[in-house]
Design a protein around this ligand. Sequence first.
Ligand code: UT7
Length: 324
Amino acid sequence: MTLRSVLIGTGSALPRNAVSNAELAQRVDTTDEWIVERTGIRNRYIAGPDETTGTLATQAGRKAIEAAGIDPGSVDLIVLATATPDQTFPATATIVQKELGCNGGIAFDVAAVCSGFLYALGVADSMLRTGMARRALVIGAETFSRILDWEDRTTCVLFGDGAGAVVLEARDDGNEDKPRGVLATRLHADGDHNQLLYVDGGPSTTGTVGKVRMKGREVFRHAVTNLAEVLNEVLAEAGTPVAEIDWVVPHQANARILDATARKLGLSPDKVIVTVDQHANTSAASVPLALDVAVRDGRIKPGDLVVLEAMGGGFTWGASLIRI
Ligand code: UT7
């Protein structure tokens, strides 16, 4: 018997308030042309005072549970990836657990910034395959707008808020030829680069939340190399040729990174799910948000071979191959 983590539902949530580049240009020294040309971003959603990482995560989680058609009480594991928790503690996952009525199971947060969802998925998949849990809600949720320096045009135009979620169930689908579920995951970190993308505060240093700081050009260079490498690793581990991939769901940081990575791998751009134009970079939320968009609009279908990838602060990066 081979237990695998099968994806049985997806969901996502965005704040009510959409902010276009033109609106941003009224408060920051930037232009729509610069943002579109350098990043592909046209719009982002910004949380209002009553919207938090926890409320967005709860909405996304509820939709994923509804799509899976399961009782929330049967979810015995919640792993929530975020760099912008509601509070330093308790974990935002426990807020979601309470709101959704998934009480009694395991709930914790994972901090790997933009790669957070890949890390959360990797942890949940390991726990499901070893029998520690049976049904997992894996969430990526962020309110990066709260840690942006709105005076720094090199960062504040790039990010947005949102949440995405998936439900995974431990199953042996009996199909050894084309099994459904998470087939391979590879995760990496390299702390030597943690000063290229970081927050300049924290509970144990400044006692403040801090603001995002980034050396964008250097991050860009590492991103393309690391993402192409980890995608090749995950495909090699699963013995899957690149030509068999139906869809790539990348971390949505910059349209130019998506294009360059696809080119490096020899992947057609029409196999890449792109939402960066609408959502901007939502950090840990970006991969599950893009996945949910493509599942709900019918592009990603049951049986499709999908690869997820992300890279972020730390540096951390990773990829996961899933048959839907
Ligand atoms: O999610 C984690 C992973 N994060 C990423 O992957 C982000 C990776 N990096 C990037 O996406 C890109 O490096 C950026 C979009 C952040 C920047 O694009 P770039 O082409 O690397 O631009 P740059 O930083 O080299 O800046 C070029 C020019 C500079 O002016 P000078 O020095 O050439 O006169 C900047 O001051 O663009 C200027 N600039 C802006 N101009 C208008 C920087 N930000 C802005 C802005 N509006 N918002």
